[in-house]
Design a protein around this ligand. Structure first.
Ligand code: HEC
Ligand code: HEC
Length: 310
């Protein structure tokens, strides 16, 4: 605060306080020559009594002014004068934050450095992880972790980047950047793109025109197997999805597959190490892990990546 504004505010405060004192004094004073009534008369004989506020009541007002002065000496308020107590809102905030952080650190301590499959066996840790998920992941993956178009379902068996505990944890901590470049130019013609897309559809058992699929196979073998593998089963090291299962990140219809080929795909899972810290990442990993385990015990492959989402 510049000196000008500081002085301006101090003056404003002082003028206000002095003004209040003066007003109190002026209104409670009895004016000489006035009697029991104010001198106002209506209808010939109705008079207004002059009843000042009771003394104790007025003294309460004086007390509030004394309180104000004390307050302005103890706390910051009068311009840039810092107050004798040394209190600042920033210090109070820091102190409260330190208390909260200490509490959180204490609550998290038992889970530090534990593998997520081990944490998944501890119901308290899993419950904690569920809360971390709701606060940090549900915006993208959905509150039930079943994902949406472009955001993978985390409760199924199908893992784009790998589903063992350590790999899931790495995904959460370091994030993932998928990179499938556009391939329309390399394939050369709209017809070639169409045939390749139809062949991809056939991989997961969609009924297609066999002639088109047969024409697409050599193109797929030339361009796509580098990442998606010779049988189209994907490669977790590159985040290249399995194209033969019924789980789709973007969708299994012709247009969506064609778009992947023509425009490429670059899904990104943000790194969460700095956002939530390692222990919370382990806890949320444990919850995610336990979700996909419970899909296991139900004995089916979980939901579909894209289309099944609300
Ligand atoms: C350089 C590696 C690479 C090559 C080559 C590649 N892809 Fe991909 N593909 C990926 C990656 C990585 C993803 C995941 C993209 C994402 O998560 O956003 C992907 C995703 C896809 C998807 C979306 C799957 C879904 O679940 O929705 C389709 C379809 C696809 N690729 C088809 C193809 C076809 C057809 C070719 C050959 C023309 C091809 N890809 C070549 C790496 C590759
Ligand atoms: C900003 C949106 C966003 C947020 C927030 C987010 N994710 Fe993701 N996540 C994604 C996307 C997009 C992908 C798919 C990346 C790709 O295309 O390969 C992904 C992929 C993943 C994968 C890999 C799935 C697989 O099949 O390999 C896991 C595990 C995961 N996320 C867990 C989490 C957890 C746990 C959180 C919260 C701590 C979280 N994500 C927060 C967008 C997000």
């Amino acid at each position: 605060m510049s000196t000008f504004w500081s002085v301006f505010i101090i003056l404003l405060v002082v003028v206000n306080i002095v003004g209040c004192v003066w007003l109190l004094w002026w209104t409670s004073r009895r004016r000489p020559g006035e009697g029991e009534t104010t001198g106002h008369v209506w209808d010939g004989d109705i008079r207004e009594y002059n009843k000042p506020l009771p003394r104790w009541w007025i003294n309460l007002f004086y007390l509030t002014i004394v309180f104000t002065l004390g307050y302005l000496i103890w706390y910051p308020g009068a311009g840039s004068f810092a107050g004798t107590s040394g209190w600042t809102s920033a210090k109070q905030h820091d102190a409260e934050r330190d208390v909260e952080e200490a509490k959180t650190a204490e609550a998290l301590a038992p889970y530090a450095n534990q593998p997520i499959d081990q944490l998944a066996a501890d119901p308290k840790a899993v419950e904690y992880g569920r809360a971390v998920f709701a606060a940090n992941c549900a915006t993208c993956h959905g509150s039930d972790a079943r994902g949406a178009k472009g955001f993978p379902n985390l409760t199924d068996h199908s893992w784009q980047w790998g589903g063992d505990p350590q790999t899931v944890l790495t995904t959460i901590l370091e994030g993932r950047q998928a990179a499938m470049p556009p391939f329309a130019a390399l394939l050369g013609s709209d017809q070639a793109v169409l045939e390749t897309a139809v062949y991809v559809q056939s991989l997961s058992g969609t009924p297609v025109d066999p002639a088109l699929a047969a024409a697409g196979k050599p193109r797929f073998d030339m361009v796509c197997i580098a990442c998606h593998g010779p049988e189209g089963k994907g490669n977790p090291a590159l985040g290249a999805p399995d194209l033969t299962d019924d789980v789709w990140l973007y969708g299994s219809d012709f247009d969506t597959i064609r778009t992947a080929i023509v425009q490429g795909r670059a899904g990104m899972m943000p790194a969460h190490r700095d956002l939530i810290g390692e222990t919370r990442a382990r806890l949320v990993g444990a919850w995610v892990w336990s979700q996909s385990r419970s899909a296991d015990s139900e004995g089916h492959g979980g939901g579909h990546g894209g289309e099944a989402a609300p």
